[in-house]
Design a protein around this ligand. Sequence first.
Ligand SMILES: Cc1cc2nc3c(=O)[nH]c(=O)nc-3n(C[C@H](O)[C@H](O)[C@H](O)COP(=O)(O)O)c2cc1C
Length: 215
Amino acid sequence: MIPLSPSQVIESLEWRYATKQFDASKKIDPATWSAIEDSLVLTPSSFGMQPWKFFVITDDTIRQQLLEHSWKQAQVVDASHVVVLAIKKQVDAAEVDRYMASTAAAREIPVESLEGFSKVIKGFLANPNLDKQEWAAKQVYIALGQLMATAALLGVDACPMEGFVPAKYDEVLGLDKLGYASVLVCPLGYRHSDDKYATQAKVRYPKAEVVQHLP
Ligand SMILES: Cc1cc2nc3c(=O)[nH]c(=O)nc-3n(C[C@H](O)[C@H](O)[C@H](O)COP(=O)(O)O)c2cc1C
């Protein structure tokens, strides 16, 4: 693996912004899109449980329906692709067993050797004080961060969105029946040359305030 240079990474992150206006005529090519999907799959999560699914929407009719529940944000119809990041609603002991089987297969080890790890996760999930949906949603936010950073490194624009009605999205996309609930939306594509937000200065508190070296 050849690391990118510090300046390459920072240049990409400064280039990215929450895109308000996409150029509807520009589509993300399949190889680039495939890398974006891979970055979602590669997102780390608590215990590695991956309590999520990422729904990709390109169909224009469905996107028009989603627009009605997106606080009038046209990014959902103009972007090349829309990702709806959703939590898995049922994360239980059976799901832990499935994950253990997946780990054993990937690492070519007996599933019995994972019993201790399995018990720890099951104990964590059985805690009555744990809000499992909130826990799963936190993992989905990590995926959003990875998605945005990856897109920027690939020169793809994105708009992270909490500004939508999750229950309506779930209805339009039939997520409830599939056992998922939407948490975030992220349209991706290429910025429109008219988007004035592209050239606005970044608003961030100074590094000296945000990052502190202790002691
Ligand atoms: C979780 C989250 C939800 C957001 N929701 C929206 C949204 O619904 N619509 C929008 O235009 N921007 C949304 N934003 C974009 C933020 O306003 C933006 O990232 C922030 O102002 C910093 O600007 P920048 O991303 O352009 O650097 C959201 C950002 C995050 C991280």
